[in-house]
Design a protein. Structure first.
Length: 168
């Protein structure tokens, strides 16, 4: 079966839990989380959950456990905390959850980012894969990074990723 045929067989509406990792943002200032939700809605997907969590590993881990346990969630999209600053702990937590890593996601994201922002792209630790029967994606927290990932990688492939994971 071709990639196109696989994509056509996938679920039409993916149920996503959106998590923003930030020490400073709230629902009014979380432009990245709002951007993710808008892209999902515009594409016919659902944001079945949305939360902002402080960049503290234990809090991130607890929220990921909660989101991944939800029966009405196919994918979890996390934004923020993927850099190398002392408080950036998202990657380490997400990496512990990933059972099957999609290494190409981070590689292609960084390549596309490089085309846009230059060498600063090497500091992104974007990652994706499967976790507890769901797709788990982790992105940088900037609105530009979220927009790039949603337009170029996530929306074109999320149906396909979920259908493959769910054996459809």
């Amino acid at each position: 079966m071709s990639v196109h045929e696989h994509k056509e067989k996938g679920k039409k509406s993916i149920r996503c839990f959106v998590i923003t990792v930030s020490d400073t943002r709230d629902e009014n200032t979380d432009t990245s989380g709002q951007t993710i939700k808008k892209f999902l809605s515009d594409e016919g997907h659902q944001a079945t959950g949305y939360r902002i969590v402080k960049d503290e590993p234990e809090r991130i881990e607890n929220l990921l456990k909660e989101a991944l346990a939800e029966s009405d969630v196919d994918a979890v999209i996390v934004n923020g905390g993927t850099g190398i600053a002392p408080r950036d702990g998202t990657y380490e937590v997400v990496n512990r959850f990933l059972e099957k890593k999609l290494d190409g996601f981070g590689e292609v994201f960084r390549y596309l980012s490089y085309l846009d922002i230059g060498s600063a792209a090497i500091m992104s630790r974007a990652a994706a894969g499967s976790a507890r029967g769901k797709i788990l994606i982790s992105l940088p927290g900037s609105r530009g990074a979220v927009t790039l990932a949603m337009e170029k990688l996530i929306l074109p492939e999320i149906r396909h990723m979920v259908s493959q994971l769910q054996g459809q």
